[in-house]
Design a protein around this ligand. Structure first.
Ligand SMILES: [Zn+2]
Length: 74
């Protein structure tokens, strides 16, 4: 009977703990999403001509950022 009482006490605590961990990891995912959204809205500078370009329009080569194919080849 003592074992059953212990289980009855521990199980809700475990469920509470698991849901807390789940909520915490979900919060992390949402925070990560916000970070990537922020990066997507950044204006980056072209390594060749120095023009400000929206992140979605940039071209990357050798870990450098360029605004157009002409700048990559220059
Ligand atoms: Zn450029």
């Amino acid at each position: 009977m003592v074992i059953i009482k212990t289980i009855v006490l521990i199980v809700p605590l475990l469920i509470l703990l698991l849901s807390a961990i789940l909520l915490f990891s979900l919060r992390k995912v949402f925070l990560k999403r916000n970070v990537t959204k922020k990066v997507r809205n950044d204006i980056l500078t072209c390594s060749a001509c120095g023009v400000g370009v929206h992140e979605s329009l940039t071209r990357k080569k050798n870990s450098k950022i360029y605004c157009s194919e002409e700048c990559i080849n220059s």
